[in-house]
Design a protein around this ligand. Sequence first.
Ligand code: SF4
Length: 242
Amino acid sequence: MSSPFDRDLLRKKADELESASLQETLAWAWEKFGERAAIGTSFQGAGLVVMHTAYTHGFRFPVFTIDTGLLFPETLALKAEVESRFGITIESLIPEQTVDEQSAELGPDLWRSKPDLCCSLRKVIPLQKKLATLDMWITGLRRQQNETRENTRIAELYHFDVLRDQYIVKLNPLAGWSREAVQSYIAEHNLPTNALAARGYRSIGCQPCTRPVADGDNERAGRWTGFDKSECGIHTFLGGNI
Ligand code: SF4
């Protein structure tokens, strides 16, 4: 399949979107891609802001999350609350093996011995399968989150499956937002949040790889403590924006 996107037009649009509002950005995505665009969320604040703005303006993007089988009960409770608040069903992407099956084949606690492999099996591969069905993936990435995200653009184009010659537009409509701006939007609109936030957790992923952080720490400092790892791979496997 060749690219359904005109790269020059998309680059021009990407430049325009850098100064567009969140509503304008989502309106363009909805008009251009409709339900071929989907919001991927792990229920951090930014994803909730994106969902709320989209649904408030009638952009009914489908939503998915990656359920590794190792999420906190508080995160699963938040998922149910978000579904109820917005009247939607959020698709859970599930790894091929259960945690027990993975342990039986590759050893217990793979996240301790080989976290990159664990993330690949439990997050990246399920996501890749989903992206193969879409034209656009909408994320809650923000440049401020850590140094690996500081060059994030609002709209990016990736040639994500070289074998099948497949492209995906990645939309990061909150790339330029601060943590404070997200929090104030959430407070203003009374959006639900993860109960763990009140206990010092900021970026919340799988239970074995998430710790609370101290005030002033990098937002993602509580992920993969003790490992030279700051990303699970879902935002890095795509390679470079083309
Ligand atoms: S975050 Fe940890 S437990 Fe979750 S998939 Fe990655 S290594 Fe495994």
